[in-house]
Design a protein around this ligand. Structure first.
Ligand code: HC1
Ligand code: SF4
Length: 575
């Protein structure tokens, strides 16, 4: 153990603890901009400087370790002067038009500048403005970049892709897409992790909320919305709501009050996905068709972009099932349109997702009878949803916990856990067991595929299950860097699985790039636990027991993997 004094307090910490961590563990926060624990500890911004008694020069607290006998001041006049000049210099190269910035009110630079009482910027330098395609779902505004390197490190270290890099030297140093490519040419998975880890507004998601307002205002359009499982875990964070208050039913009510005609919960189509994908897996598995193992899940579009660009030879091992988002869109424009007695052209489908890549996944085509278009017309993220609620002046405490519309109302606990890493696998195994044995397994029989935290299993969870005399070897992985490690081991023949779930974002969709941003705080597993709690308390916990899905099969699709299901609910994964 190490004893030191920080701001007059005698403290004891473990060996190799940084000064910043030591201070934080004792309730002394040190301001920071570039620091991200375990990912970016490079002292690039120098905002975290502290004074070490006996040393002339200030030292950075994020990458200097606490040593026996140190006497540290985190907020002395010298520290404040230095920090202030550092932040003023950053601001001198930053577009400070905060009113129109997507991160206004949730910007670490804004907060630090306010805390330091900076009301004027003494120097102003030329601001770098690089061109960008604003149609792309991920938008970079170079005039807001503070060169903290977080995006570079997150994309490289966590997502294993290295889309960003440093460009230029000296005062011309900037960040840009690596290898002089455009973002469309780079292998960006659109996971959005660089957005949620950007401390300012340099990276943002394309805002599609106006398209929805336009559709709502169009009397010819019937606006039909769906809300993804993970959104319920996070939207309340923007309004300071407790878990009990921030229900999915209130999101449905908010959508209705904004003018959406019908509002549904994506857990319905998550259950439908399990029927299709679970049946497909059993088919491939038991009929010996699963020669090339494993079968990979296909519901995460970030993962699909990744496998197509990085491991194209494995694409044929993806399940052909569309994602719940796309399946629901297809069902809305066919089955539901028929129920309403209107043509699919009049149905305008909206998804509320925790995800950036869903904005690109929606380009998937749907051809059905006289209809040729998309399953889903517009995708907004959880952050865009909360913006819409605010701009509609809806106070969350006036919202009611309403039910999803009929006839796609039912959703089980199995559908809910899709939003957490391992959830799709667990849901699929619950139903695969039933399909094999004609009886339900114990509800938590497959909980070994769950991950509970970032450090415990590093995002890869392996589990073998015995069903009668059959062993099903599974793995669930989240984070594309982890996925790369797993795929490399599969390629080398070091590991063998039958079924593998991959989610691009660490922790699954709950940690998606479209979720509310809490700078430097990873929320995924906390949110994931909320989904498992909802599952535990759900009326039904098996996708095959979803009454409305059962009814839809009776009335429309006949059975899982039927010709009609193949036409509407499955896809070919083209490279
Ligand atoms: Fe997801 Fe999915 S779980 S991909 O994370 O399969 O985005 O929540 O909606 O489609 O259901 C996301 C979440 C989501 C789909 C489902
Ligand atoms: Fe990298 Fe994901 Fe950002 Fe694309 S969205 S640049 S893959 S972190």
């Amino acid at each position: 153990m190490v004893n030191l004094i920080i701001d007059g307090r005698e403290i004891t910490v473990k060996e190799n603890t940084t000064i910043m961590e030591a201070a934080s563990q004792n309730g002394i926060p040190i301001p920071k901009l570039c620091y991200l624990k375990g990912i970016n500890e490079i002292a690039a911004c120098r905002v975290c400087v502290v004074e070490l008694e006996g040393k002339e020069k200030l030292i950075t607290s994020c990458n200097n370790v606490a040593k026996e006998g140190m006497v540290i001041h985190t907020n002395s006049p010298k520290v404040r002067r230095h920090r202030r000049t550092t932040v003023e210099l950053i601001l001198s190269q930053h577009d400070c038009e905060c009113v129109t910035c997507s991160r206004s009110g949730n910007c670490s630079l804004q907060t630090i500048a306010n805390d330091l009482n900076i009301i004027d910027i003494p120097f102003k330098m030329e601001i770098e403005r690089q061109p960008w395609n604003k149609e792309f779902p991920l938008i970079r505004d170079s005039s807001k970049c503070i060169k903290c390197m977080r995006c570079v490190q997150v994309c490289e270290k966590v997502q294993g892709l290295g889309v960003w890099d440093v460009e230029g030297t000296g005062s011309r140093t900037t960040i840009n897409v690596a290898g002089h490519r455009t973002i469309e040419e780079a292998d960006c998975a659109l996971c959005g992790q660089c957005i949620t880890h950007c401390p300012v507004g340099a990276l943002r998601v394309r805002d599609d909320t106006e398209d929805i307002w336009d559709a709502i205002a169009d009397p010819d359009k019937i606006v039909v919305a769906q809300v993804a499982p993970a959104v319920r875990t996070a939207w309340g964070e923007e309004f300071g709501l407790s878990d009990d208050e921030a229900t999915v039913g209130k999101i449905l009510d908010a959508l209705k009050r904004m003018g959406v005609d019908y509002a549904f919960d994506t857990t319905f189509s998550a259950d439908l996905t399990i029927m299709e994908e679970g049946t497909e897996f059993l088919h491939r598995f038991t009929a010996g068709e699963l020669k090339e193992r494993p079968m990979f899940t296909s519901c995460c579009p970030g993962w699909l972009r990744f496998i197509k660009s990085q491991y194209p030879h494995l694409v044929r091992q993806l399940s052909t099932a569309k994602s719940p988002q796309q399946m629901f869109g297809a069902v809305m424009k066919t089955y539901f349109a028929e129920k309403l007695g209107v043509s699919p052209q009049r149905i305008y489908t909206v998804s509320v997702m925790p995800c950036v890549a869903k904005k690109e996944e929606k380009e998937m085509e749907l051809f059905y009878q006289e209809y040729a278009g998309h399953d889903v017309d517009t995708v907004i993220t959880t952050r865009e949803l909360t913006k819409m609620i605010k701009s509609a002046h809806i106070s969350p405490d006036t919202l009611s916990d309403i039910e999803s519309d009929r006839p796609m109302q039912d959703g089980t606990g199995a559908g809910v856990i899709f939003g957490a890493t391992g959830g799709v696998m667990e849901a699929a195994l619950r139903t695969a067991y039933y399909l094999l044995k004609s009886e339900n397994p114990p509800e938590d029989a497959f909980k070994a595929v769950r991950s509970t935290g970032f450090n415990e299993n590093e995002g890869i969870q392996e589990a073998d299950f015995q069903i009668d005399n059959v062993t099903v070897r599974t793995a669930a992985v989240s984070g594309l860097g982890n996925a790369r490690a797993l795929l490399d081991r599969i390629n080398k023949g070091e590991v063998h699985y039958d079924f593998v779930e991959v989610m691009a974002c660490p922790g699954g969709c709950v940690g998606g790039g479209g979720q509310p941003i809490h700078d430097g705080r990873e929320m995924a597993y906390e949110r994931g636990r909320k989904l498992y709690h909802l599952d535990e308390n759900a009326k039904r916990r098996f996708s095959h027991e979803n009454h409305d899905v059962q009814k839809m099969y009776e009335e429309y699709f006949v059975k899982p993997n039927s010709p009609k299901s193949h036409m509407l609910l499955h896809t070919e994964h083209n490279l």
